[in-house]
Design a protein around this ligand. Structure first.
Ligand code: GUN
Length: 295
């Protein structure tokens, strides 16, 4: 039987409705408007699309949005100066610096400069550490979105064998960390595979829940998936263009073949992507509440 399609678009819509109400209440009862600043350096087309989507989501939910698009030759010093200004601005509760940054800028130094209280990406080492010990202020957006997709699709996580393919700081490491916590919506046994894993299929075939952030189109084929597994595809690969010039996207999973074997699967697009932006909105609301002593 073909798999249930886990629609990130639908689940994100539900969460955004919940957030919209919460944001309206914060404004009415506390005169508090959550504020998000996005910072983009350079003209990478994919990054421009992502930042545009974040701005659009902010406006739709009633979040104050400030966009700082800087030229590709912006110096690290100029960028750090802007971050310092945003750190001090009371209208701004969350700061998002879109990655990757141009090569001449030290990404680590920039991420360290963001006030951890305004780090709605959850990338600052203070927030990474808090997640590690099970006391997070902010969960990083993509892994949190994945956890919500699992919970809201009714997937049993407690005691499940989870296999993560990919060990990035943005997805692989934090999702493993989230799902091993001794908490509801976690308590899984997690294996993390990566480019030096000897026998990838040995691990992926054992997974009740397979989370793929490999960065390679169709890296996971049907023979690598257990019958009845739940498959979360984090990959976004541009594999061509339509005659109208629109990008054709595919994930890191061979969707058409794997959907015949899996119990449930996320599509690309319309799976993890919409969840990432929604979780950013959730973190921005949380940042505003923390700043106002309401959380
Ligand atoms: N680039 C790709 N994913 C992300 C993300 O989640 N946050 C930021 N800031 N940049 C990204």
């Amino acid at each position: 039987m073909p798999a249930q399609i886990i629609s990130g678009t639908e689940i994100a819509k539900q969460i955004r409705e919940e957030l919209k109400q919460e944001i309206a209440e914060l404004k009415e009862k506390h005169n508090l408007i959550p504020g998000l600043a996005t910072v983009l350096v350079g003209e990478d087309p994919a990054s421009q699309v992502y930042v545009g989507a974040k701005e659009k989501a902010s406006i739709a939910l009633g979040v104050y949005s400030e966009r700082h698009d800087l030229p590709a030759d912006t110096s690290e010093e100029e960028l750090l100066k802007l971050i310092d200004k945003l750190n001090k601005d009371p209208k701004i509760h969350g700061i998002l610096v879109q990655l990757p940054l141009p090569k001449h800028i030290n990404e680590t130094r920039v991420l360290y400069a963001i006030d951890p209280k305004k780090d709605v990406d959850g990338f600052h080492p203070v927030n990474v550490g808090k997640l590690m010990i099970g006391e997070p202020d902010y969960l990083p957006c993509t892994p949190h979105g994945i956890q919500q997709l699992l919970i809201r699709s009714g997937t049993k996580i407690d005691g499940a064998e989870v296999v993560v393919v990919g060990r990035s700081n943005i997805v692989g490491k934090p999702i493993a960390n989230i799902l091993i916590q001794k908490k509801d919506g976690a308590n899984a046994t997690v294996t993390v595979c990566h480019t030096r894993t000897k026998d990838m299929a040995f691990h992926t075939k054992r997974a009740d829940i397979l989370i793929v952030a490999a960065g390679k189109a169709k890296a996971i084929t049907a023979d690598m998936v257990k019958e009845g597994a739940v498959v979360i595809d984090v990959g976004v690969n541009r594999i061509g263009k339509t005659p109208e010039g629109k990008a054709i996207l595919c994930g890191d999973v061979d969707f058409d073949a794997v959907k015949e074997k899996a119990k449930a699967i996320t599509p690309v697009p319309g799976g993890v992507g919409p969840m990432t932006i929604t979780m950013l909105m959730l973190n921005t609301v949380r940042a505003a509440k923390l700043a106002a002593g309401l959380a």
